[in-house]
Structure formats: C-alpha cells, structure tokens
Unconditional design. Structure first.
Length: 425
C-alpha cells in the first residue's frame, strides 16, 4: 500500500509535484545551513538557498502550465547552482588563504597524494601520526587509490583547480553521464536517479564541502547500471575501481559477486548454464577485475610500509587508532554505545545479526536484476549505518541513492526481450 501511494505521488503532475516539494524543502535546509557553525557549510547554505529557490519557482511554473519537458535540464542547472558554484567559490577562497573553506577529508586526501608522490605510500606510520600536533589529520582511513585525487595539488601546487573536490566532481559527473546515456526512450526514473546524486542536499552539501563519498557512490551506481545492461567486464572494472577508493564500495561489490555466484550455481543445477553457453566466463569477467583492482592498487602501499597500511586502513576504522573517529551522529548504534553498559558490544552484536540476516536473504533470494541488487544494498547499508557504533548522517546518502535508483535500473535493460543467459543478473 505504501509503495502504491509513493508511485502515485511520484506521478503527480508528471513528476513535477515531487520536484517542487524537493526544491522547497531543500531551500529550507540550505537556509538553516547558512547559519551553521561549520565555516565550510555557511557559504554553501547561502548560495544553495538561492539556487533551490529558483529551482522551486521553475518547478511551480511547470506545474501550473503543465509543462512536462525540461525536468532533466532543471536538475542539471540546479546542480550547477547548489553544488558546483559553491564548490568553486570555496575552492577559490581556500586557494587564496581561507583554509577553513573545506572539510578535513579534503586536506587528508591532498596530503595523502603528496605522500604517495614522495614515498610511494599515502599513509603515515603510527609513530609519525603521534608526532603531529593534530593526530586525527594524520590518518588516511581510505583505500590507497583515493590518494590519486590529491596528486594534482602535489604536482601543480596550491590553486583552485587542484582542489581535490574539483576532481571528485569531475569523476562524479563522468559516471552519471555514462550511466544515464545507457537509457532508452522507455527508461523511467531518470530524473529522480539524477536528483539522488546531484541536488539532494546531502549530496550537494557533501560534494561542495568535502566530497570524497560522491565519486565512490557514482562509480557503484555506474557499476549497477552496467550490470543492468549485462556488461560483466565493465561492471567488474567499475566496482573494482570504487572498491580501491573506499570501504563503502565493498558491500555493493560483495552483493553483486555473491549473487552472481549463487545464481550461477542455481543455473548449473537446472541446466540453464549449458544451454545458454555457460555462465562461468561471465562470472570470471565480473570477478577478476572486481577483486584484482583493489588488490593491485593496495599492494604498493602494503609493501612500502605494511605497518602504516594496517594502522590507517584497519586499526583506525575499527576504533584502535591513537584517536577516535569524529563520526558520532546520534543514530541508534552510537546511542547504544554511549549510553548503555557494554553498549559497544551490543551494537556490534546487533550489527553482526543484521549481517547474518542479509546473508540469509542473499542465499534464499539472490537478486536476479540490478534493481534487486540495489534494493539489497540500500537495505543492508541503511541497517549497518543505523547500528554502527560510529557513523555520520551524511553516510545515509548511500542507501538513499541506491533506493532512488531502483526504478531507473529496473527499466534500463535492452528494449527487446533478453536471452536467458542475459537475465542471470
């Protein structure tokens, strides 16, 4: 019943009614953010309030005049106004000396690029981190390939165009372009899918002020789009690149890989594999790059300084670093950890039970489409972020985007009916 009413609401006014509500609510959020105590957030709020307000007026005009065309153009224009323009404004100010015009993760990524260029590893050892006046900024809790976004500043120096956020935005835009160009005339949900990664405040604010999550998210969404089109190699390469940047891509890669493996076994037991020409080559084309890319990109850093690799990639995210992660949004897992005796172990236990439930779901009903895989990823990541002892509200962007991409992925297949071998995932 809830899904029925959601579909009806989304179709109201050809989708423009939901657009109007989104832009109005986003304008209110941006207006409140303009008075934030975070220096990087205030400029975004001031600029984005105007951008969302203009988008709301355009959507209202479309609704009154019943003009249904141009919704995608409105989204792109709004993205430029509420994300790219504030990003460039803050990048220019930061290059001019206003160092507070970026969140800490931007500085961390850029410093890791400098270290990668100088030492071959983006990570500092525990002793080097302890010697810093702010040890937290010495940690790089990403996969080694994330340091690539810091190389422009390491090579070219301090300029607005070497800000890591500029390259986060470029990769995000490229991935969205490649995914959306796969759509045909029957594809539904394109505008909503684009909005999910561009004009939603949690996406626009994140990219304009920090941004390292957006290219990871966009790469995983592109991988799911390739999956919907049956392009195994492209899926494996794209998800492998995402997994080489940040741990948040690993659950998506795991869901796709495990589901494909389970479906292959099911098809072999029913004889579909032989009749269709064999599913094993497709599984290999998917799995090899998905696994090899993160392994090969991590290997140099592991060989140069294995202790630093373990300190940054494993110990710090698990809460065993010199300092605690600043991620402390008041979600259930964090509240249990902070307010219940033995709460950390309770939260981790609940997280483990949720992981077992997800595994049971995958085994009993492995997703047979990219849309189904996105639904598993959205549910699993939302549950994990609710129960993790330390997390951030901003991370909810991941499950929200996967959920909003389900209609788009569901209608992304070829216009003609696919062959049996093409429907395995």
């Amino acid at each position: 019943m809830a899904a029925h009413w959601m579909r009806r609401a989304n179709r109201a006014g050809g989708g423009v009614a939901v657009d109007l509500g989104l832009y109005v609510l986003s304008a209110g959020f941006a207006w409140l953010t303009a008075s934030s105590n975070l220096p990087a957030h205030r400029p975004w709020g001031a600029i984005a309030t105007i951008g969302y307000a203009v988008a709301a007026l355009v959507a209202l005009t479309q609704l009154i005049t019943r003009a249904r065309g141009g919704r995608g153009a409105v989204v792109l224009g709004t993205w430029g106004a509420v994300c790219l323009l504030p990003l460039l404004f803050e990048a220019v100010q930061r290059a001019g000396g206003h160092l507070e015009r970026a969140q800490e993760e931007v500085l961390v990524v850029e410093n890791s690029g400098i270290r990668l260029l100088e030492t071959g590893s983006p990570f500092l050892s525990r002793a080097d981190i302890a010697a810093l006046p702010e040890p937290l900024l010495g940690y790089t809790p990403y996969q080694p390939a994330m340091a690539v976004f810091g190389l422009p500043r390491a090579v070219l120096g301090v300029h607005w165009y070497t800000d890591a956020r500029v390259f986060f935005a470029l990769v995000t835009a490229l991935c969205l372009y490649l995914a959306l160009r796969m759509a045909h005339s029957r594809t539904v949900g394109r505008v909503r899918a684009l909005q999910a990664v561009t004009v939603l405040p949690v996406a626009a604010l994140t990219l304009a002020t920090g941004g390292d999550d957006l290219p990871v998210l966009a790469l995983t969404l592109l991988g799911l789009a390739y999956l919907a089109k049956g392009r195994d190699t492209a899926t494996g390469v794209t998800l492998g690149i995402a997994a080489s940047l940040k741990l948040f891509a690993w659950p998506v890669a795991a869901v796709v890989l495990v589901a494909r493996l389970l479906l292959r076994r099911a098809s072999r037991s029913s004889g579909v594999s032989d009749a269709a020409g064999g599913a094993a080559p497709g599984l290999a084309r998917l799995a090899v790059p998905m696994i090899a890319i993160p392994v090969l990109t991590a290997l140099p850093a592991l060989l140069v300084n294995p202790g630093a690799f373990v300190e940054n990639v494993l110990k710090f995210p698990l809460g065993h670093g010199l300092v605690k992660s600043p991620a402390a949004s008041p979600l259930p897992g964090h509240l249990i950890t902070e307010n219940v005796p033995g709460g950390r172990y309770i939260a981790l236990g609940l997280l483990g039970l949720a992981a077992l439930a997800l595994c049971w779901w995958l085994i009993r009903r492995p997703p047979r489409t990219a849309a189904a895989a996105a639904a598993v990823c959205a549910t699993g990541l939302l549950t994990a972020m609710m129960l993790m002892p330390a997390t951030r509200f901003g991370y909810l962007l991941y499950p929200a985007a996967y959920a909003l991409w389900i209609p788009f992925l569901g209608s992304l297949g070829p216009v003609r009916e696919p062959e049996p071998a093409q429907t395995l995932l």
